[in-house]
Design a protein around this ligand. Structure first.
Ligand code: DGL
Length: 274
């Protein structure tokens, strides 16, 4: 496998750019190819069978582009379709749930871990399973927080409306006395300042908020090193980000800069059919 080949990243839409951002910040010399399935977003409200079908078509498309490793930058796909992708693809596949679960276990003092995620991720039980895999004493309380996805897409990430919505979801976790909260959906890091503040008020000052995007970028770095797949670094060389979407490339710039945390001028976005 060519170490200089790109890393493929996909999500149901543009939320996976929060993971892409964390990867690019940590591994700026890696070439990245991002696919957002904007024609079929959201996945979080769909059946496991449909999510598996969509995930397979995204992964195959990226594999045809010669990627060396696949990052599933979507919690819902990681929850439902990761095993299938690992069996079917002949390259390493990294999801975002296991890194998030491990980070939550190390952040939590009392082993009471809250998760906010899409309905699909909560129903799959993937977070409790992943946490049990690294610490049998920790308990997971998962709450679906579906309204945060359209609010993030609209850029409505602060002010009264998201605060009321966040309070509603966090209150359910506060009742369980959690001391760590996992942002179990790619869209939620956009609300990070608000969630940090409201978690301190509702769940206690020591509550830790865990972003699975950052945890996943660190595990990706380790995985690339372990498998001898890390791109060689040369001074002044920066990896490029190629972007593909399945619908509405015109709307991309406006929303993507919010998720990537920087202006996207100069970024090429191509519409493709899966
Ligand atoms: N990307 C999805 C996730 O992380 C959120 C959006 C959706 O429902 O497709 O779960």
């Amino acid at each position: 496998m060519d170490r200089q080949a790109p890393i493929g990243i996909f999500d149901s839409g543009l939320g996976g750019l929060t993971v892409t951002r964390a990867i690019h910040d940590l591994l700026p010399h890696e070439q990245l190819v991002y696919l957002g399935d904007t024609a079929r977003v959201p996945y979080g409200t769909r059946s496991p069978q449909t999510i598996i079908r969509y995930a397979r078509s995204c992964a195959r498309h990226l594999q045809r582009r010669g990627i060396k490793l696949l990052v599933v930058a979507c919690n819902t796909v990681s929850a439902v379709a990761l095993d299938m992708l690992r069996v079917e693809l002949d390259i390493p596949v990294l999801g975002v749930i296991e890194p998030g679960a491990r980070a939550a276990v190390s952040a939590s003092q009392r082993g009471r871990i809250g998760v906010i995620a899409t309905a699909g991720t909560v129903l799959s039980g993937a977070y409790p399973r992943a946490v049990a895999g690294c610490d049998s004493r920790s308990e997971v309380f998962a709450v679906p927080a579906p309204l945060l996805v359209p609010l993030a897409e609209e850029g409505w990430v602060d002010g009264q409306v998201p605060e009321l919505v966040i309070d509603r979801y966090l209150t359910a976790l506060a009742e369980q006395h959690v001391d760590a909260i996992v942002l179990g959906c790619t869209h939620y890091p956009l609300f990070r300042p608000l969630i940090d503040g409201r978690a301190r008020v509702l769940c206690g000052g020591a509550t830790k908020v865990v972003d699975s995007a950052e945890a996943s970028a660190h595990e990706l770095r380790d995985l690339l090193q372990d498998r001898g797949l890390a791109a060689s670094e040369s001074p002044g060389m920066r990896g490029e980000l190629a972007m593909f979407v399945t619908d509405m490339p015109g709307r991309f710039g406006e929303v993507a800069s919010r998720f990537l945390g920087r202006p996207v001028e100069g970024l090429r976005v191509e519409q493709i059919d899966l």
